[in-house]
Design a protein around this ligand. Structure first.
Ligand SMILES: Cc1cc2nc3c(=O)[nH]c(=O)nc-3n(C[C@H](O)[C@H](O)[C@H](O)COP(=O)(O)OP(=O)(O)OC[C@H]3O[C@@H](n4cnc5c(N)ncnc54)[C@H](O)[C@@H]3O)c2cc1C
Length: 376
């Protein structure tokens, strides 16, 4: 049985682990964090290609669990002024329509990751940080991890996000640039008091507050369709309260600010906006407030394929535009399908990797370009 090492237990890595297992691979997935707690945005929108990838890679009951624990669907995207006037509303979805593998869904990232990592058992090694790889004679690869451990496999896949060490070694000239903007984001529990001051549009899809001077604040509710802990899945989800996720873009380096100072910064910058918006920010759960730099990958030319490849943000990270997760999941599904087909045909795995890379580089960097186009 061929063996694959996957680096990164975000979204793409665990989805690929399921896909490759179903395709007939033995898999080891290494995640540098000790557990699932890392905050990187809470409610995420997964476009139809991402839902289809989950459908194709996950065992059917885990796919169903991902859909059942998604958010109540909304009907559209609304652009609001700082005083909560509606600038534009686009209806994109019929909330009453059944969810199919070709529907977009919104999910809680942590809940989805918990589902993705379920049932991978001891294939998942938390607290295992990849450091470098060696390509061995005969086409295999050896991956090294912090602390001195190493493992050999037929394939190494870097799903290790925008700062990917796998990419830095494989493609040292590939550039990821910071845009200078930081996304400060947080989560406000959707208590009855908060629901009262929440713009209706934020509970019926996705909303963004913008002002002519360039300030912007996406705001969207996550209300679980079904309480994940009521679904007899065998999993225990730590926090299943409904919430509002807000994101505020700032153009200076806020990396040194603690959550309280980040909250003060956001509140100060929206002081002239509607008091309800400040009320939502002020009622955030302080532990959930974080800042991440906006980064985007520059286009990468094809490289000679081998036993090391990349998926997700490790190759085509982009500024948050509601696209990155779906594209990362699509990579996982495509790579699984190509490798599975090669395995069944007894064809060399490297040819499958080459086909995957050719297609992925095209749609991946089209998505990067799309993320940079003004949307409102
Ligand atoms: C605030 C915010 C909001 C967003 N909202 C959306 C949205 O609504 N819709 C959407 O489509 N996209 C959204 N995105 C983008 C989306 O989060 C990413 O595209 C997606 O997470 C990419 O998945 P990934 O698995 O490739 O990488 P990641 O999710 O970044 O996972 C990489 C994993 O690799 C691990 N890792 C890193 N280095 C190592 C190492 N050396 N060894 C072992 N493990 C390592 C990390 O700990 C991490 O768990 C958002 C991003 C942000 C920041």
């Amino acid at each position: 049985m061929p063996r694959a090492i996957i680096v990164g237990g975000g979204l793409a890595g665990p989805c690929l682990a399921h896909g490759l297992r179903r395709a007939g691979f033995e898999v080891a997935l290494h995640e540098r964090d000790d557990g699932l707690a890392r905050a990187q945005g809470y409610r995420i929108r997964i476009g139809p290609e991402g839902t289809r990838a989950l459908y194709e890679c996950l065992p059917p009951h885990l796919y169903s669990l991902a859909v059942d624990t998604a958010g109540v669907p909304g009907s559209g995207v609304t652009v609001l002024t700082g005083s909560l006037g509606v600038i534009k509303r686009v209806v994109v979805n019929d909330p009453a329509a059944p969810t199919t593998p070709d529907s977009g869904i919104s999910v809680d990232r942590l809940t989805l990751r918990q589902i993705l990592l379920a049932e991978l058992g001891d294939a998942v090694r938390f607290g295992s940080e990849f450091t470098r790889f060696d390509v061995l004679s005969g086409g295999r690869v050896r991956a090294h991890f912090d602390g001195g451990a190493s493992e050999e496999a037929d394939l190494l896949v870097g799903g290790d996000g925008p700062s990917s060490r796998v990419r830095r070694q494989l493609l040292p000239d590939a550039r990821v640039v910071t845009t200078g903007t930081w996304a400060v984001f947080g989560r406000t529990p959707l208590t009855p008091e908060v629901a009262e001051i929440t713009p209706a549009a934020a509970l019926d899809g996705f909303s963004t507050v913008i002002s002519p001077d360039g300030r912007f604040m996406p705001l969207a509710g996550h209300r679980y369709r079904k309480d994940p802990n009521s679904l007899a899945s065998g999993l225990s989800f730590p926090d299943t309260r409904d919430y509002l996720m807000w994101v505020f873009g700032v153009n200076d380096d806020v990396s040194r600010l603690d959550p309280a100072a980040l909250l003060d910064t956001v509140e100060g910058r929206i002081a002239d906006w509607h008091p309800d918006l400040r009320g939502i920010v002020r009622r955030s759960d302080p532990d959930t407030v974080r800042a991440v730099p906006m980064r985007t990958a520059e286009p990468v030319a094809p490289w000679p394929s081998g036993p090391v490849t990349l998926i997700g943000d490790a190759i085509h990270c982009m500024i948050p535009a509601g696209i990155g997760a779906a594209v990362a999941l699509r990579d996982a599904a495509l790579l699984s399908a190509e490798l599975g087909a090669a395995l069944r045909a007894g064809a060399p795995l490297v040819n499958a990797v080459a086909r995957y890379e050719r297609e992925m580089l095209t749609y991946g960097f089209e998505a990067v370009a799309a993320s940079q186009r003004p949307r409102f």
